[in-house]
Write a new protein. Structure first.
Length: 123
């Protein structure tokens, strides 16, 4: 009797455990970084505004290190020689790490890289 009762609990336990079901997309929401179709106006300018212009730096009025990032032409000029991307990635040597308050998210860096690889379109 004792053996069959234990066997019954094992079967019920396995049955309950094997019937558990949840959708993967609900348990593990996507954390992918969408870098498709990056352009300056919609994607890059907000990143720059939040990280490079928020302290009044790199504006036309205050071009820190002679770098202007508050407009398309200034930002596009800064991508030459990987100056912008190296600063954002905190690459040692060459350019200064930016922003000084701390590195921006890997997703935002990927967006800037994707934009540059697409030829740095404005719109």
């Amino acid at each position: 009797m004792k053996g069959s009762l234990l066997f019954g609990f094992v079967i019920v336990g396995i049955s309950i455990n094997s019937c558990y079901y949840d959708k993967a997309d609900k348990l593990y929401p996507s954390t992918a970084c969408d870098t498709a179709k990056m352009n300056f106006t919609s994607n890059i300018k907000p990143i720059i505004t939040n990280n490079c212009l928020n302290q009044g730096c790199h504006t036309t009025a205050n071009p820190s290190a002679s770098i202007v990032l508050d407009n398309y032409s200034g930002t596009k000029a800064t991508i030459a020689g990987d100056k912008l991307i190296n600063a954002l990635k905190y690459v040692t040597g060459g350019s200064k790490n930016m922003p000084p308050a701390g590195k921006i998210s890997d997703c935002d860096i990927s967006k800037v890289e994707a934009w540059i690889k697409r030829g740095a379109p404005e719109n």
